[in-house]
Ligand binder design. Structure first.
Ligand code: GLN
Length: 280
């Protein structure tokens, strides 16, 4: 079997497993099995496929069949053009969250040196994407879970040492000291009812990063209240939100006195991001 044919067979098996992007996932899996970059694999597509790639793919596919997310198996995943270390105990960065990064970048003033807090940072996806686009920013990434924090620290060390700082705190009870220009957060927001309907893959992810209390709004209620006084006048609070929170979260922001409240959809047209500005 050629490398090309092997890749096609992986794609086929991933399709049977119900993967949403089997072609992309097969390419990622092949890179992992081979230890080779995409360009090398394309150049060698007609070569015979080494036997051990095939045997190792059987183990990998068995793990995927058991519901293990591909991202945990690979140990890394791409977000906003960055490769982040991920694994059990940390939320996998979603492409949808790139909408939140864009919403932040649009609202940061071009003036230099914004101070940004990323609360519930997880792997550091949002913090590190912002760091890569705004080298002038100083960013604090707050995370509660020990396991997530170890991925966060690794990702910071690899991608933005000195620019992003990790702090361990429960943001529901204690925010960092001081004031900043932007607070962004992708908190746990799944409702009790929706927690019952998660796919086997999402069930492998930490409940701590998913469950937002019975109505999903626990973190938004607390953070809209507590973040306001930590923002400079004119500063923004920007959240990732769930598909059905496009009215409730903007309402919480308005109630707390935020102005210019907005809600944006992701590329699939689903409400994904809401925010507001502390009045000047
Ligand atoms: N976007 C994630 C999901 O629906 C949830 C992330 C979160 O709760 N912050 O699987």
């Amino acid at each position: 079997m050629t490398i090309h044919a092997f890749q096609r067979s992986l794609e086929q098996k991933l399709t049977e497993l119900g993967a949403e992007s089997p072609r992309f996932d097969a390419a990622q899996l092949l890179r992992w099995l081979s230890g080779q970059e995409q360009a090398w694999l394309i150049a060698h597509a007609a070569d015979p496929c080494p036997e051990d790639w095939q045997s190792r793919s059987e183990d990998a596919l068995a793990r995927l069949r058991g519901g293990e997310p591909l991202q945990y198996l690979l140990g890394e995943w791409e977000f906003y053009g960055l490769t982040l270390a991920v694994g059990p105990g940390v939320l996998i960065p979603r492409a949808d969250t790139e909408t939140v990064v864009d919403a932040c970048l649009e609202r940061l003033t071009p003036s230099s040196g914004p101070v940004i807090w990323d609360l519930c940072s997880g792997s550091g996806a949002i913090a590190l994407a912002l760091a890569s686009c705004r080298p002038d920013a100083r960013i604090l990434a707050a995370e509660f879970s020990d396991e997530a924090l170890s991925y966060l620290r690794r990702n910071i060390a690899a991608l933005a040492p000195g620019q992003v700082e990790a702090v361990q705190t429960d943001v529901l009870t204690r925010l960092p000291d001081g004031v900043c220009d932007l607070i962004v957060s992708n908190p746990p927001y799944i409702t009790g009812a929706d927690m019952q309907t998660l796919s086997p893959q999402v069930r492998h992810e930490p409940e701590l990063a998913l469950y937002g209390g019975e109505d999903g709004l626990r973190f938004y209620r607390q953070l809209t209240r507590s973040c306001y006084d930590h923002l400079r006048p004119g500063g923004w609070l920007i959240f990732e939100i769930g598909y059905d929170q496009g009215e409730s979260v903007p309402e919480l922001l308005r109630q707390r006195g935020f102005a210019e409240v907005f809600c944006q959809t992701d590329l699939a047209g689903v409400p994904r991001c809401a925010g507001g500005r502390r009045p000047l």
